[in-house]
Ligand binder design. Structure first.
Ligand code: NAP
Length: 327
């Protein structure tokens, strides 16, 4: 039997319930993984609230979460590159990571290298691989650029600060408080803009000598859209990689008026599949970790049963860096 968080209707954090569920033997292509840490991500809130649709069959409901680390207990037939005893992490796959043990597709499991602890890996699977694809694939950075990055003290944000520093990129990061600004700077963010009292685009123009930035990575969405467009150089790129404050609705004419801008809305699945791509992305991340250029420690830890509190903290902007559940 397993302890798992499940929900039967969309809504606030209170819809998340701790249940006891059957966990059988893994079938063909599957593995049973016992979690050491489960990561909480903002996307989990989109699923919980129904912003991203998820099937909730009557009487069955759904698990939640897609990001965890742990140890493989057993594998089914046809699984050749993962074996019992392996330390693994994952960031893709069916919902259900909020649990102590689960059976899942083996093809999404990423072996963890010696030298990267479970605790560190728990802060980096989704968040670090996201930083990899944003900075190395969606709008590749080569070093020397000045970029605008929103929510720089967040879970993905603190990895992005470190990755930018490692690449020799000058990051301008937005944050809502001075405390978050200090944390982002300590992780490598060169300039911070405190959104509660500063005009984002004006500060970006001031920092860049009026030029603007070639790229904005905007996971906040609705509330920052206009500031992001106003911070870009002519023919700059807006990478709209999240909608924390609400969905982005845009008239494409605006892109012309603001300087023939480019807009992309990337989703991890289209960059991290097939499996070889996902493993290469994780390899690049782990190389930075093993070389000491990127590190991660959970900033907030909650018991699995206290998941609602974890969601409340993340939603109300009370967190910095990574939030984990300890099963
Ligand atoms: N496209 C992809 O493949 C992909 C993959 C992973 C994550 N993401 C996206 O990246 C973003 C960051 O994810 P995360 O898990 O690391 O979360 P997070 O950044 O730790 O938390 C969200 C942060 O957004 C800021 N924020 C601004 N307006 C907000 C609002 N109205 N409500 C709540 N927070 C607000 C807050 O920072 P301040 O208080 O400093 O403003 C908050 O701490 C999310 O939008 C997520 O969906 C996208």
């Amino acid at each position: 039997m397993a302890k798992a968080i499940r929900f039967h209707k969309t809504g606030g954090p209170e819809v998340l319930e701790l249940e006891t569920v059957e966990v059988g033997e893994p079938g063909p292509g599957q593995a049973r993984v016992r979690h050491t840490y489960v990561a909480v991500n903002f996307i989990d809130i989109y699923f919980r609230t129904g912003r991203y649709p998820l099937a909730l069959p009557e009487g069955v409901g759904s698990g939640l979460g897609s990001d965890a680390v742990g140890v493989v207990e057993a594998v089914g037939t046809g699984v050749t590159d993962i074996k019992p005893g392996d330390r693994v992490g994952y960031l893709l796959g069916p919902q259900g990571a909020y649990s102590d043990v689960r059976v899942m597709p083996a093809e999404v499991l990423i072996p963890l290298p010696d030298g990267v602890s479970d605790r560190t890996a728990s802060t980096l699977m989704m968040k670090g691989v996201t930083a990899q694809y944003l900075f190395r694939q969606v709008y590749p950075l080569h070093g020397g650029e000045t970029i605008l990055y929103h929510a720089a003290a967040g879970g993905v944000g603190l990895v992005a600060c470190q990755w930018a520093r490692a690449l020799g990129v000058t990051m301008i990061g937005t944050v809502s408080t001075d405390e978050k600004a200090a944390i982002a700077k300590a992780h490598g963010c060169a300039h911070t803009i405190v959104t509660s009292r500063e005009d984002i685009a004006k500060r970006v123009r001031a920092i860049t000598g009026g030029k603007g930035v070639p790229v904005v990575y905007d996971s906040v969405g609705k509330d920052t859209l206009m500031a992001s467009l106003d911070s870009l150089q002519v023919r700059g790129t807006l990478v709209s990689n999240g909608t924390t404050s609400g969905p982005v609705v845009i008239d494409s004419t605006l892109l012309a008026m603001k300087g023939s801008l480019w807009l992309t809305r990337p989703a991890m699945i289209h960059y991290a599949t097939p499996r070889s791509h996902m493993l290469a992305m994780a390899d690049e991340l782990f190389a930075h970790v093993l070389a000491g250029r990127i590190s991660g420690e959970p900033k907030q830890s909650f018991a699995l049963a206290d998941v609602a509190e974890a969601h409340r903290a993340l939603e109300s902007r009370r967190t910095t860096g990574a939030t984990v559940l300890v099963p």
